[in-house]
Unconditional design. Structure first.
Length: 152
């Protein structure tokens, strides 16, 4: 194995028993994060670059599923949930968030421009310019954290 990857995994507390990643997936991601090419990883592991690519792809898919699971759990606990339909002007969203938070007694420490940026960044390609292109759910936790999900 390429030098240092096991130490890196130990330093960050990787535990395959509690992780959504296998040890091999974690190793590949750690090496890729360090800038090691898939070809070099494949050579060190005695496998093909295509196999390393598959391992990396599966790892990234698992991480995205884990993020979505966390976002779902946070949305369940959020006292404020607002449905933002497609074709909504992004400039109208902050007031909807503020109104819903006022009703629930939740404080949001974001200005309207900051809130629009948070929502736009989290929504990715579901927002283009001022236009919400896909339905979104904006949740605000009791501590004022804003979470954005796409309903599936």
């Amino acid at each position: 194995m390429i030098d240092g990857v096991e130490e890196t995994l130990d330093e960050i507390g990787f535990n395959p028993d509690t992780s959504v990643l296998t040890r091999r997936q974690a190793q590949v991601l750690a090496l890729r994060q360090q800038g090691v090419s898939q070809a070099a990883i494949a050579e060190a592991l005695g496998t093909s670059r295509a196999n390393v690519s598959s391992i990396e792809g599966s790892a990234r898919d698992n991480l995205e599923k884990a993020r979505e699971t966390v976002a779902f759990a946070e949305a369940l606990r959020a006292p404020v949930r607002i449905q933002i339909p497609a074709e909504t002007d992004l400039y109208d969203v902050p007031q909807q968030v503020y109104d819903a938070c006022d009703e629930e007694g939740v404080k949001v420490d974001h200005t309207a421009p900051d809130l629009m940026k948070i929502i736009s960044d989290a929504a990715g390609d579901a927002v283009s310019g001022r236009q919400v292109d896909e339905d979104l759910i904006v949740g605000v936790t009791s501590d004022g954290s804003v979470r954005v999900r796409r309903p599936d």
